[in-house]
Ligand binder design. Structure first.
Ligand code: SF4
Length: 124
């Protein structure tokens, strides 16, 4: 029986070495060229199966010394969820004071991952 085989080429962004990675997937199992470290292999697997990114953006804040609050997801979320997350975040307005790391939304785009403040904003 023929095996289901796919080959992928990626640029690893985990460290400044920036290795080119060639990964071969055969029936769901991945094989890598010699010299690709474990972190690179984990990155490549994740990028192929379910690429994820940290989302950084801003939400409106009222009663603060500034009108926009920088926020980010506490973990990387699936790229497939980024548009839904941005739509949800656009409707959020929070109130000062807010502390760095405070949870602004507990469940971004139904991922179970929270959105947290990237900055402390004092009240006026
Ligand atoms: S494969 Fe390993 S050494 Fe190369 S860029 Fe990725 S993490 Fe760095």
């Amino acid at each position: 029986m023929d095996k289901n085989k796919n080959t992928y080429k990626l640029l690893c962004i985990v460290c400044p070495e920036g290795c080119e990675i060639e990964a071969t997937e055969i029936d769901g199992e991945f094989a890598f060229e010699k010299g690709i470290c474990k972190r690179g292999q984990d990155y490549a697997r994740q990028e192929i199966i379910n690429p994820c990114r940290f989302l950084t953006t801003t939400v409106r804040i009222k009663g603060g010394v500034q009108t926009m609050l920088p926020v980010r997801t506490s973990e990387a979320i699936s790229k497939d969820k980024l548009a839904e997350a941005m739509q949800q975040i656009a409707s959020i307005e929070t109130t000062a004071p807010i502390k760095l790391g405070e949870v602004i939304c507990s469940n971004v785009a139904n991922t179970g991952i929270p959105l947290v403040a990237s900055k402390t904003v004092a009240a006026i």
